[in-house]
Ligand binder design. Sequence first.
Ligand SMILES: Cc1cc2nc3c(=O)[nH]c(=O)nc-3n(C[C@H](O)[C@H](O)[C@H](O)COP(=O)(O)OP(=O)(O)OC[C@H]3O[C@@H](n4cnc5c(N)ncnc54)[C@H](O)[C@@H]3O)c2cc1C
Length: 269
Amino acid sequence: MDLHTVTDYTVARDRVDLVTEPGTAFVGGGTWLFSEPQPHLTRLLDLTGLGWPALTADDDGIEIAATCTVEQIAALSDSGMWTAAPLFRQCASALLASWKIWKRATVGGNLCLSFPAGAMISLVAALDGTVLIWSPDGTDRRMPLADFVTGSAANALGAGEVLRSIHIPVRSLEARTAFRKIALSPLGRSGAVVIGRRDRDGTFVLTVTAATDRPYALRFDRIPGPGELGNTLRERIPVPAYLTDAHGAADWRRAVTAVLAGEICEELS
Ligand SMILES: Cc1cc2nc3c(=O)[nH]c(=O)nc-3n(C[C@H](O)[C@H](O)[C@H](O)COP(=O)(O)OP(=O)(O)OC[C@H]3O[C@@H](n4cnc5c(N)ncnc54)[C@H](O)[C@@H]3O)c2cc1C
């Protein structure tokens, strides 16, 4: 779509180029920016010219550049380097997207939109990822993704701040994971995405996304039984957190979340 109010398109080459004023938006893959009118924008600042390496692995885990594409992160599943490797493609495939979006959309763009159906949010939340944010005054800050996404299409980014990268700790990469997605139609946008992660020490994390306004990570010291699981879901995820929209009603989402969570506990037991 033509963005007819935009009069300047700059490709950033260095951090000093990341200077914004009201009416400026950063461009990752542009798949959302160019998909609907943006009458409040006059300038676009493209992050892809910064040349950030998409993926960097070391003994602590992996650093994913915000500009890493969905296609690049899905390919991590082919590496077989980690027990949790299948989760990358499973989450990438949960994005309702054509091959054009798959090739262009970035992990950072998906996190910064902060839509409930953000499949990269599901992935990073399930693996206890943290995000690195660059502030316009030259300082950096890091926070868990669970704190970054604060609501439906809402996050902790301040004016002019850039999401630089995402870190996934090796502890999560070495874990066993189980993934469930449900939608109202076979190719529909996610109504609920539930992911279980069982770490090598037996601790268990259940992450609920898409069904709720923000990610919920429930932590257990072992796989819970059905009673404990049901009680924890009821206690930790308040009823108003479940969404009603075109992709599902809140009561359906709440019910299927419980069913999928039970399946995951069985699978990882
Ligand atoms: C047909 C179709 C289907 C889609 N399906 C889904 C879906 O199922 N789930 C879903 O969540 N989304 C969906 N989207 C929306 C969107 O395509 C994806 O969320 C995609 O991952 C966004 O990434 P992007 O790099 O293209 O973001 P962009 O369009 O480049 O940017 C999105 C927003 O994030 C900001 N931004 C981007 N990168 C950064 C950064 N590093 N730091 C700070 N701000 C940044 C931009 O300024 C903009 O406000 C869909 C879009 C289309 C057109």
